[in-house]
Design a protein around this ligand. Structure first.
Ligand code: UDP
Length: 234
């Protein structure tokens, strides 16, 4: 498809304008980064996998009544979405303790978190996306109190849909990160949901089926992304 003006280029995606100002095209790259972009690389065909998985999951969530920015998958690496102003908060939901939570609080790796834990991070690369409290959100005017309550509720609701979906595919949804936009007071799920933004552990073997393979140099990167694609789309 012919590409419009490049509006934004991030670490893993480009966003292009369309003739309709209310719509944009997300283009998924193979570039991978970790540790605030200190580690860089590429994963062959990751863009195709993440675009296709995100499209499938946005469709699933829409079917369950969650408002998302997804309009249609245009090609293997392109998705048409609603053009939203993104709230500068990363909302993380955790069903098990791992990653930065274990480092920060010294919890046992893999500890079950019931009820699931919701955390907010300030989406700000120069500061390295720090953890923030609701008071920080108020101070920085990133969202109002009703939006913060809405983000928490939406994130837990989405976890309640995604965790059983992945369980059915033999995958434990360990944790994931969401981003939202606001459209006339309505929260709309945006960005992507993929092995770059979620952690999955194989229920049988405990094998890592996500970007931790890149972060920790566990190998079999392409094969793992393809395996997740196969399971999600089967
Ligand atoms: N995550 C993400 N983008 C980020 C930071 C985290 O998609 O910039 C996801 C990550 O893949 C994991 C979850 O959010 O599924 C929680 O990540 P954590 O805070 O443990 O950070 P990390 O260990 O990656 O630094």
């Amino acid at each position: 498809m012919e590409q419009g003006t490049l509006l934004y280029e991030g670490k893993a995606k480009k966003v292009f304008a369309t003739p309709d100002p209310d719509q944009v095209i997300q283009y998924f790259k193979d570039d991978a980064t970790a540790f605030n972009a200190e580690k860089r690389g590429t994963i062959f065909n990751k863009g195709i996998v993440n675009n296709t998985i995100s499209a499938r999951l946005f469709q699933l969530l829409e079917e369950k009544g969650v408002a998302t920015h997804f309009l249609e998958q245009l090609s293997d690496r392109e998705m048409r979405t609603k053009h939203l102003k993104i709230i500068q908060i990363e909302v993380v939901v955790r069903n098990r303790a791992t990653g930065s939570l274990v480092k920060r609080l010294g919890l046992e790796e893999g500890l079950e978190l019931d009820p699931p834990l919701v955390e907010f991070f300030y989406k700000h690369d120069p500061l390295g996306d720090p953890l923030i409290t609701e008071d920080h959100i108020r101070l920085l005017k990133l969202a109002n109190d009703a939006q913060v309550a809405g983000l928490r509720q939406a994130a837990l609701h989405i976890n309640g849909i995604l965790a059983p979906f992945f369980k059915d595919k033999g995958m434990l949804l360990v944790d994931f990160k969401l981003e939202f936009g606001d459209s006339n007071g309505q929260l709309i799920l945006a960005d992507e949901i993929s092995p770059d933004t979620c952690r999955f552990w194989d229920i049988q073997t405990g094998e890592r089926l996500d970007k931790d393979r890149f972060r920790k140099d566990l190998g079999r990167l392409e094969e793992t992304y393809q395996e997740v694609l196969k399971r999600v789309c089967s």
